[in-house]
Design a protein around this ligand. Structure first.
Ligand SMILES: [Zn+2]
Length: 245
């Protein structure tokens, strides 16, 4: 089954070839509105892929269990059998084709999927993909990245602080300096805490709102400082949140 890293590679490969190009032909004909439009972006969202056009329309596809995108030169033989073609877009220099895709549809470019990452509380949560997307801006601090709704939708300031404390991670650490496993652990912890909360389980804050009081793990003093733009108050223990990853 294709995973998020596959989608990232696929998106990059398609982007390299068709970004800025004009769509000349389509299959099936239900996508005919794309003819004459220019590609403005190719973006993965979890296991979804969006090819966006200058009209504001986007071709949304999901690979499902067996789907895959391929690129051809015009005139080349197809990579897979004709009957497996789910969608095909022809450009001057390239043909891109999705075989055995699960979903293909035209959506408005301002659709929700374009702006938000996967919901932190979604039933199926691909933390591996989230971990990779979080690293897209490697110099940004993890305390800011956790609030970036384009990476994951739904984490707020409390769970930002609490998940970083639980995973002993420095909120000011650039996300590019945190290894993938640790990043995934942070997101998984935030999700678990939020699911517990959504299910009504009692929980108390370990670090959020506790500036000036002793850390519950190491007894050093909790600090608070604004972080990001717009600024949000980050609570952390400078002594024991040292980013083991
Ligand atoms: Zn501490």
């Amino acid at each position: 089954m294709p995973e998020g890293d596959t989608l990232w590679r696929t998106a990059a490969a398609l982007r390299d070839r068709i970004l800025g190009s004009t769509c000349r032909d389509v299959r099936p004909s239900t996508f005919a509105r794309l003819i004459g439009q220019n590609v403005t972006g190719v973006e993965p969202y979890g296991k979804h892929l969006l090819i966006t056009f200058d009209s504001g329309l986007a071709l949304h596809s999901h690979l499902g269990m067996r789907g895959a995108w391929y690129v051809h030169r015009p005139g080349e033989a197809l990579t897979r059998p004709e009957q497996e073609v789910t969608a095909m877009l022809t450009f001057d220099d390239w043909i891109v084709a999705l075989y055995l895709g699960k979903v293909t549809e035209l959506i408005a470019g301002n659709s929700r999927i374009r702006h938000l990452g996967p919901d932190i509380l979604a039933e199926v949560f691909d933390v591996d993909t989230v971990g990779m997307r979080a690293r897209a801006d490697p110099v940004r601090a993890i305390g800011e990245v956790l609030l970036n709704q384009a990476v994951v939708a739904g984490i707020g300031n409390v769970y930002k602080c609490e998940s970083l404390w639980a995973e002993s991670t420095d909120p000011w650490k650039p996300v590019g300096e945190i290894d993938h496993t640790q990043l995934c652990r942070i997101y998984s912890t935030a999700r678990r805490m939020m699911l517990d909360s959504a299910l009504g389980q009692d929980r108390r804050n370990h670090v959020h709102g506790r500036a000036g009081r002793p850390c519950l793990r190491c007894s050093h003093i909790i600090r608070a400082r604004n972080q990001g733009n717009p600024p949000r108050l980050t609570y952390w223990c400078p002594h024991c949140q040292t980013s083991p990853g």
